[in-house]
Design a protein around this ligand. Structure first.
Ligand code: GCU
Length: 627
């Protein structure tokens, strides 16, 4: 007689023995399945890490029209008990009989363009925050010895990706790339690639609930299939060692079965051909000397660099330069420089919405060039790869930032992990770009212990991934008396370059208030004034003290520029910002209309009076710093 509760006391000795053996057996099979599951899950969902330089590989674009289903209640994901459903929209189901009940159909649903945010493609989606399902079907001829990955330039904000009804992965973060392997899932005909994109803002997310930019949702950047050999060159880092003008340090990483291979790094134009052998994990450190023309704004020299493994070859265009600080100076290739900068949001000129194309990048960067810049701050998140690669070609140095913006949940481990992951992906994608000289950890975050420990962890992580660049963050200042501005945020201790946002003359008093201000810093470090600005819609005129007029904005810049000239440790300026942009926090009718009008250029490319104040200042700086 066994007691259903299995209470040990009431059983015969042999029954007890049988039970022990049975439970041991159960325990063992439990562990075996658990182990198998883990391996299976690992091999299946485990993202292989970012594939570097997809433009240097065989790819198939999936851009274009995607079928979409707008799903504010996530009915395609949860059942009525708010439990994830096994038969969600990712199944892309079709009725098989006249009696079948299927309540969605991608193929008769409306389509949206990819790349592109959904907000500016449909009037009724302008303010939409929630889930939209995207479907792309494609045929694919499978090939011997070939692996296949699906690569996303970015998806804002949370993306769940499925192929032929199978979940292949999830990505969180709206501004960095990710890829998943689909070699074992892809079929020859009518593959169904489905992505659930959810841009709902969350308190624990990065960014968090409040931003001064539009929460553009969707598959906002390119989507492509990437083909690789079975064992391929997954990633590499080829840059000058910090402070060196001829010693290249870096590494190569292979992915696949054949991990230990002979790998040769070639820079034909510099007569370089250096071979290394990857270890059992497919990893090799590389280090060699080379006689190179250094990359600089006046001569943005890029070299063809070939990474030749036994089973794969990748080619890239890489520039080599050194960037470091010495006291309050910033040294490019060993020479002091002044960063004549401008802040840019990833907003498309003329059409509005998220910028995503080479043309968008060239328009924005050439406007910046007209202003006289040698530097841009890409705010407040990693921009698309075209921006960084065109900056590389145009000789424009770049400040790249992760959206740790305003008041993040500092004590939440998941928020830290999320921020760290976005930082990894940002550095991973752009680490071989000479143009990128600054990694920025945050913008206008409140002084506090939890915040400091959060940001210190990010700084350590960034330095562990890339010791060759400068680390910064956009901090805030405070008054020690009504004439003195002080930069002594404890975070400054851990930065190479201080970034500071200030709005004296706009949020703080009138423009002439800057005339009596002196700036001090607790740190013997260079300062980049990472933001300053005032708002005026193009064509709105009045006297220099009338808000929202071009004359006020011009007046603001005239006073601010003379204040900047008095700051002895200033080594860079980034006005806020190049072009007006959409913001949910700016409703003022007839003036802002949900746009932040601090651009020096309107979103239709019209230059405001203040543009010429900055252009003149940069001309002077150029003459004084580069004579
Ligand atoms: C802040 C912030 C920007 C914002 C700007 C403004 O400093 O960093 O994201 O747009 O000020 O108020 O215009």
């Amino acid at each position: 007689m066994t007691d259903p509760g299995g209470n040990f006391a009431s059983q015969t000795r042999s029954e007890r023995k049988a039970k022990i053996i049975w439970s041991r057996h159960k325990m063992r099979s439990f562990f075996v399945c658990f182990f198998l599951l883990a391996v299976f899950a690992g091999t299946r969902a485990q993202p292989p890490g970012l594939i570097a330089n997809t433009d240097g590989r065989r790819t198939i674009s999936l851009d274009g029209q995607w079928q979409t289903i707008i799903d504010p209640y996530e009915a395609g994901y949860y059942d009525y008990r708010y439990q994830p459903s096994a038969n969600g929209y990712f199944k892309d189901a079709k009725p098989r009989t006249k009696s079948d009940l299927i309540e969605y159909d991608f193929d008769t649903s409306e389509s949206l363009s990819v790349p592109g945010d959904w907000n500016t493609q449909r009037e009724r989606l302008l303010f939409y925050e929630g889930t939209i399902w995207y479907k792309k079907s494609f045929d694919y001829q499978r090939k011997e010895n070939t692996r296949l990955f699906v690569y996303f330039g970015a998806a804002n904000y949370l993306a769940d990706v499925y192929l032929n009804g199978e979940k292949i992965g999830r990505h969180e973060g709206g501004f960095t790339p990710f890829n998943f392997e689909v070699t074992n899932l892809v079929r020859d005909k009518s593959n169904s690639l489905i992505v659930k994109v959810d841009n709902q803002r969350r308190r624990d997310a990065v960014p968090t609930l409040i931003t001064d930019w539009w929460n553009y949702g969707g598959l906002t950047r390119q989507v492509k299939l990437v083909e690789t050999p079975a064992s391929f060159v997954q990633d590499y880092f080829v840059q000058l060692r910090k402070g060196s003008h001829n010693q290249i340090n870096g590494w190569v990483r292979l992915n696949g079965q054949k991990l230990s291979q002979r790998v040769t790094v070639r820079i034909p134009e510099a007569g370089v051909s250096k071979s290394f052998t990857t270890d059992a994990n497919g990893y090799a450190e590389i280090s060699f000397n080379a006689n190179l023309t250094l990359w600089s704004p006046n001569n943005p020299k890029l070299y063809d660099v070939l990474i030749d493994a036994e089973t794969d070859r990748v080619q890239d265009q890489i520039g080599f330069r050194s960037i470091e600080t010495r006291g309050t100076d910033i040294l490019l290739n060993g020479r002091p420089i002044f960063l004549r900068g401008i802040c840019i949001h990833e907003e498309a000129p003329f059409r509005g919405g998220r910028a995503y194309s080479r043309e968008d990048a060239l328009t924005l960067l050439n406007w910046a060039k007209e202003l006289g810049v040698n530097f841009v701050r890409l705010a407040h998140y990693p921009h698309n790869e075209f921006m960084v690669r065109e900056a590389d070609r145009l000789g424009i140095m770049v400040w790249s930032e992760i959206p740790v913006y305003w008041t993040i949940l500092w004590e939440n481990p998941a928020t830290l992990e999320n921020a760290r992951n976005q930082l990894s992906e940002m550095i991973s994608r752009d680490k071989n770009r000479a143009a990128v000289i600054v990694w920025s950890m945050a913008n206008e975050t409140p002084v506090g212990d939890a915040r400091l420990s959060f940001l210190k962890k990010l700084i350590d992580h960034a330095r562990s991934m890339d010791a060759s660049r400068l680390i910064s963050a956009a901090m805030e200042r405070h008054y020690v008396d009504d004439k003195t501005q002080m930069i002594d945020d404890p975070l400054g201790e851990y930065l190479d370059v201080l970034g500071c946002n200030e709005y004296v003359g706009w949020y703080d008093g009138l423009p002439e208030k800057t005339d009596r201000l002196e700036w001090k810093s607790k740190y013997q470090k260079p300062l980049i004034m990472s933001e300053f600005g005032a708002e005026a819609p193009y064509g709105h005129h009045g006297d220099p003290l009338t808000r929202w007029t071009e004359e006020y904005q011009e007046n603001f810049y005239q006073h601010t520029v003379s204040m900047l000239k008095r700051i002895s440790f200033l080594r860079g300026t980034c006005p806020w910002l190049l072009m007006d942009f959409r913001s949910p926090r700016r409703p003022l009718p007839g003036i802002q209309d949900f746009h932040n009008r601090k651009g020096l250029i309107s979103d239709r490319g019209e230059k405001k009076k203040a543009f010429y104040v900055m252009q003149k200042y940069y001309q002077e700086l150029r003459e004084s710093f580069e004579k």
